[in-house]
Design a protein around this ligand. Sequence first.
Ligand code: NAD
Length: 262
Amino acid sequence: MDLGIEGKWALVCAASKGLGKGCAAALVREGVNVVITARGDEALQATAAELRALNPKVSVQALAGDITTLEGRAAALAACPQVDILVNNAGGPPPGDFRDWDREAWIKAVDANMLTPIELMKATVDKMAERGFGRVVNITSGAVKAPIDVLGLSNGARSGLTGFVAGLARQSKLAAANVTINNLLPGVFDTDRVRNTSMGAAAKLGKTVEEVLAQRRATIPAQRFGTADEFGAFCAFMCSAHAAYLTGQNILLDGGAYPGTF
Ligand code: NAD
């Protein structure tokens, strides 16, 4: 299927690894020019080289910076000639117990996982509407639908973003101008983040990381973790010309892990 987005420009945040990289790769394969960001320049440049090799016809620009800061966002926006597609992503907050979190911990989580995507949408969606095309995909988490006890900072901050997006996506100024805004909710995907968080659990339980990962896989009906490639392919479809009637939705990709009917 031709997704109908060849030649568009996408800003894909936090994309040197994991899910962001999967989204950038899928868009590049579709002929979309991308600006990718991440904090560390080395991994980012290596990813940019991989993306260029996937499709030499597109422009791939890599910009190191912290997307959760004002300067990081300004630089990312300046590097993208026009943002037709915006994939919002950043690192997730650390696990813990809410009794230990102070105001600073909450502000950091809300800044990264709620206010940063809102600021980037504020900077881009009205211009998308003027051009008659725009796609925003916010990478959030399955924790928005089914909270994960130790990820209270994520449950809270991302739910705030989800509530905001539900309202914004339904503004006629955007929806009637072919600008869609949706959230893509990962269940468990095989990325560095999942390996890192499993290391903590393994140390606590006196198990190996592989044992912890196997236990987690066994709880998923698909009996496996998702891959960044399949996450990216789904994201690219949400950004496609064919997905123009999908807006304000929360799409859960979790191999059947969420146990509810709706
Ligand atoms: P990852 O650790 O594999 O990759 C994170 C990427 O984000 C890296 O490229 C890193 O450099 C970049 N990054 C982190 N903080 C940044 C910042 N402030 N500015 C710019 N770049 C930044 O993580 P992932 O598994 O791909 O997760 C991506 C997002 O999805 C996270 O918010 C995570 O909490 C969420 N999530 C992931 C899963 C999963 O199973 N992988 C599940 C639910 C939610």
